[in-house]
Design a protein around this ligand. Structure first.
Ligand code: NAG
Ligand code: NAG
Length: 346
């Protein structure tokens, strides 16, 4: 009996020790792999932390992001897009949202919503007459991807890209225009604290246009308006028009004719780490970001998408662009992209 008990004890302890060796060594290996991944990532993105405490905190955020990215990427059923560990991998989603978006929304600039225009010049264009795909990049109407950095002025980038496109289509010449002029000099918006495309269009019309990017270069922070640098103007606009809200077919009519400024919910986790494919969520319709729709198309699998130009550098998404699902059931469009679209007139 005593022998048997000892034998059982031995077996139990063997099982326990085996379990322990597994539960101890596996996470330890993972932890080392993860730490190396973080160091490699820091090197790649030139990230330096102030002290060990910051390093530890950032590592915890990084690890949690990587684990969630891997989990989401491993659920392939119907998933048409991939996430990747990009330059935002040591930011919590809240930090990311506050640093890299910046769309104020009509409700927060409510006095402006009164002045919304109703004319939509493409109203009577027949949907059947539109091309099945268009990509303004291949037509020379889109400047290279820019990077707003940690200034919440997506609205300025969205407006500038739409004007650069409209000007190229009208005059045949692509000129990179100044976002910083808007950040510094547009009193109706809030620089790095956010803004709205329609108020920026109105400001540009009222002040005679935008100068070039090289004349008034991007700084990525709020600064005093240098009025001397706002001239010479490279392009002016005659006004702007709103695409009828919650109507992707109206948006298609507009994008078929020119790049269009689009508000979107771009602050979510999946958006933060989008890497490739046709984005199909997860996101809400709480508009917090602005981008520019520069085309649309359809994959060989028959998924329809919009091509949007973002302002987060070329390391995000498909070299700075996203393909995002088009013509969904919800009238507001995926991530609310059909809710508040507008374009400049030249
Ligand atoms: C498209 O279809 C092919 C073949 O069925 C498949 O391998 C691929 O993953 C699909 N791509 C997307 C984006 O759904
Ligand atoms: C569309 O057509 C209607 C009827 O002909 C016309 O009254 C309206 O002005 C047109 N709209 C635009 C934007 O051209």
């Amino acid at each position: 009996m005593a022998f048997k008990l000892a034998q059982i004890f031995f077996l139990v302890s063997l099982v326990l020790s085996t379990c322990f060796s597994i539960t101890l060594s596996r996470p330890l290996d993972n932890e080392l792999v993860m730490q190396k991944m973080h160091f490699d990532w820091m090197t790649k993105h030139g990230r330096v932390y102030a002290d060990m405490k910051e390093q530890k905190n950032r590592y915890a955020v990084f690890k949690s992001n990587v684990e969630r990215i891997e989990l989401l990427n491993s659920m392939p059923a119907g998933r048409t897009y991939k996430l990747a560990v990009n330059q935002f991998a040591d930011l919590t989603n809240d930090e990311f949202r506050s640093m890299h978006t910046g769309y104020k929304g009509v409700s927060s600039l409510s006095s402006q919503s009164q002045t919304k225009t109703t004319l939509f010049r493409y109203q009577n264009v027949s949907s059947g007459a539109l091309p099945t795909s268009i990509d303004w990049r291949t037509k020379g109407a889109v400047t290279p991807i820019k990077d707003q950095g940690s200034c919440g002025c997506c609205w300025a980038f969205s407006v500038v890209a739409a004007i650069e496109g409209a000007a190229q289509i009208k005059k045949g010449k692509l000129i990179s225009l100044s976002e910083q002029q808007l950040v510094d000099c547009d009193p109706n918006d809030y620089g790095c604290e956010g803004g709205l495309m329609d108020t920026a269009f109105a400001h540009i019309k009222a002040t005679g246009g935008l100068t070039t990017e090289s004349n008034y270069p991007y700084k990525g922070e709020d600064a005093t308006c240098n009025s001397k640098k706002t001239s010479p103007k490279a392009t002016t606009i005659t006004g702007y028009e709103d695409v009828p809200a919650n109507d992707e077919s109206a948006l298609m009519k507009a994008v078929a004719h020119q790049p269009v400024s689009v508000a979107i919910e771009g602050g979510g986790f999946a958006f933060q780490f989008y890497s490739s494919g046709v984005f199909s969520g997860e996101c809400t319709t709480n508009l917090d970001h602005a981008v520019t729709a520069v085309g649309y198309g359809e994959t060989t699998n028959g998924s329809k998408y919009w091509i949007i130009k973002n302002s987060w550098g070329t390391k995000w998404g498909e070299s700075g662009y996203m393909r995002i699902q088009k013509d969904i059931k919800d009238k507001q469009g995926l991530c609310g992209l059909a809710m508040e679209a507008s374009y400049p007139t030249i």
